[in-house]
Write a protein that binds this ligand. Structure first.
Ligand SMILES: NC(=O)c1ccc[n+]([C@@H]2O[C@H](COP(=O)([O-])OP(=O)(O)OC[C@H]3O[C@@H](n4cnc5c(N)ncnc54)[C@H](O)[C@@H]3O)[C@@H](O)[C@H]2O)c1
Length: 257
């Protein structure tokens, strides 16, 4: 039987990169997937995540969502439940960055990064929790939250002040929810990717950044989106029982060194 048979999942930022890989892996394992993003076109090009899933015979829905807007997040979860009947897994993945240090960061940049990466995660966790608490548990779990953090939530992200601060907050948000809602049978975990090559244009793939990541990563290659999707599959499935409040490193050993 597929690992996520009968599960309903929302993946934010699922049009591109890691979110897209998670959505495709989830759909391939039998989940119904709601793709929540501000845009539908993948940053790395190619057909949309919705088209890919439907072409493979999977069930999916695209809902235009800016996670920094409470009303949009509220509508996202309501639409998911209206369409698929419940919510089993909330994957909070969408995030932004500015590549600015403390002095370079403007108040507007700070507000936008925190607004998406922290307030947006808060909105998604809160709205998912509201839904979970209306549902009967399945295999002892009422619902699962997976927050995509980063190794840069534990060690500084060179030259990206608001992003690093937001990722540190996500790690703690995960622990807080795991502890406060264990009695509700809601599981909450994080995944901390190291350097993952997504194919999108821009600073993420500039030679200096790649060189730095290669020097920091013991494993002889950098990460691929599917590496993270595998971890998200485990944490979104019934295989992960009695696992809550962790920040699972998927970093080729970056944080072990
Ligand atoms: N790629 C890496 O090396 C790496 C490393 C560590 C952590 N991460 C984390 O993994 C996650 C995904 O990273 P990625 O590299 O795939 O990013 P990406 O930039 O390729 O994709 C992000 C997606 O989120 C969407 N998005 C942006 N703002 C949004 C908003 N307000 N509401 C809804 N959707 C929004 C974008 O449209 C895009 O589709 C992020 O949380 C990132 O911090 C990535």
């Amino acid at each position: 039987m597929p690992i996520l048979q009968n599960k309903i999942a929302i993946v934010t930022g699922a049009s591109s990169g890691l979110g897209r890989a998670i959505a495709l892996r989830y759909a391939g394992e039998g989940a119904s997937v709601v793709i929540a993003d501000t845009i539908e076109t993948p940053l790395e090009g190619g057909e949309s995540t919705l088209e890919r899933i439907r072409a493979g015979g999977g069930k999916a829905l695209f809902v235009t969502t800016d996670i920094s807007d409470w009303d949009a997040v509220d509508a996202l979860v309501s639409e998911t439940v209206k369409h698929f009947g419940r919510l089993d897994v909330m994957v909070n993945n969408a995030a932004i960055y500015t590549s600015t240090n403390l002095l370079e960061t403007t108040p507007e940049q700070w507000a936008r990064v925190i607004g998406v990466n922290l307030t947006g995660f808060f909105y998604c966790c809160k709205r998912a929790m509201q839904q979970f608490l209306t549902q009967e548990p399945v295999n002892d779990v009422r619902g699962r939250i997976i927050n995509i953090s980063s190794q840069h939530g534990m060690v500084a992200c060179p030259g990206d002040f608001p992003y690093g601060v937001s990722k540190g907050g996500i790690v703690q948000m995960t622990r807080q929810i795991a502890v406060d809602h264990a009695d509700d049978l809601v599981v909450c975990n994080a995944i901390a990717p190291g350097k993952i090559i997504t194919g999108k244009p821009g600073v993420a793939n500039d030679p200096d950044s790649l060189d730095y990541s290669r020097r920091r990563t013991p494993w002889p290659r950098l990460g691929a989106p599917d590496d993270v999707a595998g971890a998200a599959l485990f944490l979104g499935s019934d295989m992960a029982s009695y696992v809550t409040g962790i920040n699972l490193m998927v970093d080729g050993g970056w944080m072990a060194g």
